[in-house]
Design a protein around this ligand. Structure first.
Ligand code: THU
Length: 164
């Protein structure tokens, strides 16, 4: 028997003002994009904006449904939109933010993409052979930058597991 470890490094910034101009702009747009979310059930409004390899920007917001499982997260809405608009162009960087309208909700902790979105991000990385850099934040406060989204999904399941 042996123990194996999985570690990853990521960058933590105190504020959007510590980011490069380009990253700050992407995050500011993700923060604003939360206004376009449709979240009447959770009141947790998520916005994502990505820069593609062709320099185009694509956005996504969460879209909820009275039949809860039908709803889709902002990240996967963005991935679908990007692949529909620019099917051959990979995403380089995605900024994700949220606006929590719940009474006890805070808005300063960096968002953490859900497991299903981590799997979808990984598929995009595999499909395009391009890693996706993530900028994660709330409406204010600290910012996490993760060099590639696959770091968030160790021991992942991919097409290779299907023998493809
Ligand atoms: N949600 C996202 O859109 N992205 C995330 O990274 C976390 C969660 C959405 C799903 C649902 O509409 C609401 O936030 C509460 O879970």
């Amino acid at each position: 028997m042996k123990h194996l470890q999985y570690n990853f490094d990521f960058e933590v910034y105190d504020s959007i003002t510590d980011l490069s101009e380009e990253d700050a702009s992407l995050l500011a747009q993700a923060r604003s994009m939360t206004d376009n979310a449709y979240a009447p059930y959770s009141h947790f409004f998520v916005g994502a904006v990505a820069k593609l390899a062709n320099d185009k920007l694509v956005s996504g917001t969460n879209q909820e449904n009275a039949s809860f499982p039908v709803g889709i997260c902002a990240e996967r809405a963005l991935l679908a939109s990007s692949a529909a608009l620019y099917p051959t162009v990979p995403i380089q960087t995605m900024a994700i933010s949220y606006h929590n309208h719940n009474i006890n909700g805070n808005n300063h902790h960096p968002i953490s993409p859900c497991g299903m979105c981590r799997q979808a991000l990984l598929e995009h990385e595999t499909r395009y052979g391009q890693t996706i850099r993530l900028i994660l934040s709330g409406q204010e406060g600290k910012v996490y930058i993760i060099a590639k989204s696959s770091l968030l999904l160790p021991l992942s399941f991919t097409g290779e597991n299907l023998g493809m």
